[in-house]
Write a protein that binds this ligand. Sequence first.
Ligand SMILES: Cc1cc2nc3c(=O)[nH]c(=O)nc-3n(C[C@H](O)[C@H](O)[C@H](O)COP(=O)(O)OP(=O)(O)OC[C@H]3O[C@@H](n4cnc5c(N)ncnc54)[C@H](O)[C@@H]3O)c2cc1C
Length: 500
Amino acid sequence: MNQSIAVVGAGICGLFTGLSLARQGFDVTLFERDVPPPQGNAEEAFFSWQRRGAAQFRHPHAFLGLMCSVLGEKYPDLLDELLAAGARKLTFEDMVPDHLADQYQPEAGDEKLWMLLCRRATIETVLRHYVAREPNLRIQSQTYVTDVIVEEAQSVQGKPTLTVTGLELTDRHNQNTKSTHSADIIVNASGRADKFYQWLQHKGADIVEQRDDAEIVYYTRHYALNEGVSEPKRDSENPSAGDLGYLKYGVFPGDNGHFAIIVCLPNEETELREAVKDGDKFNQICMNIPGLVPWITPAAATPTTAPFGIGEIHAVWRDYIPSDESPKLLNYFAVGDAAARTNPLYGRGCSTGTLHAHLLSEVLSSESDPWQRALAFKAKTEEEIRPIFNASLNEDKNGIKKAAAAREGRSLDRAKSIKQWFALAFGDALVAAAKYQLHVHRGIMRTVNLVEKPGSFLKDKRIRNTVFRYMLRGRKKNAAARIQRSASRDEMIKIVGELT
Ligand SMILES: Cc1cc2nc3c(=O)[nH]c(=O)nc-3n(C[C@H](O)[C@H](O)[C@H](O)COP(=O)(O)OP(=O)(O)OC[C@H]3O[C@@H](n4cnc5c(N)ncnc54)[C@H](O)[C@@H]3O)c2cc1C
């Protein structure tokens, strides 16, 4: 008989987990606390779908090359449905800045470097309908999973085992109506709000959590392009996404004429944090960042929402087999945000979650012994997801340092040692080389899109040689490639302070 699998959470990762496992012949039931998507198109889903279970649902999402390649290679018919719903494919060639266009020659691997542009509501609705049509799979909505059922035993080698055998369910409309569901395997895809971590610890599991605060808040506002207005062209001098040290910003083009702007601020930027909650001040901040101006002038676009924010941005990694002495946790797997979470600024979560879902599917279809499955899934997670997590955490730490320096009016450009000087000079040269040399830009885009391990492009001899050649130009010249025109921090605080 095919094994039964219960997946908790029908978000992006839960849906991909269910889909890939059902296609491997497993019998899958997904449990989801929220209501299903409303009838209708992307507009209905975006404006009226109640998705309290995924707090980030209305924040814009970038869907990177890693996730897009999975879509294109494994589910081309799903991709067709997404395009029919208004999602757009942005190819690597589309992303080449105008001033590099004459250097562009297609190369093997470019086909993986594309992004899908649409609102999360659009992708989730289409994905959900697609997954719900799978024969071996059902989705039970409006059902809270409120506990996990575990059987404790001594294994043959004397180490305790904790075997996960089922779930406690609570009906969303009648909190007193509880039931249980047994399954051969339980997959936790419950995202940021994951409670398995505590439930399993109470039942004796040894779970080690690494948690690092990115010390930022993330604000979003959505807009629709006015009738007859096209999206502004890319402008490499005034990019539509960037890092001003005290503030990070970005435009997320969506589907059906919609786009969103994010403004990300360090926790300690109190005046700007207060200001950004107000629609007029949010727009005023954007009007003082040249790369955003063509998007949000009143002639170009109209806001469709007020600004709204999300905090508690942490990098989180959970290890379910931290040591040889830990009890053996069997028939339980955590995927996506419930297992590994990165700062949304890098747009990686859906890609790593999709990859994670498919890694689990590979493990469960190739191994049958529960302990071997646990070990193999841990090994694959460490190999494929950990490098992305580590790179993201590193970027968070640099971002924290940069933001503190901006607040204190310090420069981080002065080196205290030769090693540090080299690192700074190399960083400046890399930015400048990527701005003017297409093959370096392509290398960076491979890392951004997660189609290779972070930073692997630096092993490419041609790219390294180019960066060293740029180093010879001197730091001052290279650092100029980084400079972005915009209001300084003090000016921005003054500008919003003057608005009533
Ligand atoms: C502000 C923000 C912006 C982001 N931007 C991007 C981006 O640009 N690109 C990108 O790739 N990623 C982005 N991410 C990350 C991305 O949203 C997540 O990595 C991704 O959604 C993880 O998928 P998941 O399925 O693990 O969790 P989720 O998508 O959060 O889904 C979890 C599901 O579990 C359900 N659930 C939870 N608890 C229970 C329970 N007890 N019982 C039943 N159901 C339950 C929830 O209702 C939800 O449907 C962003 C995150 C944030 C916070």
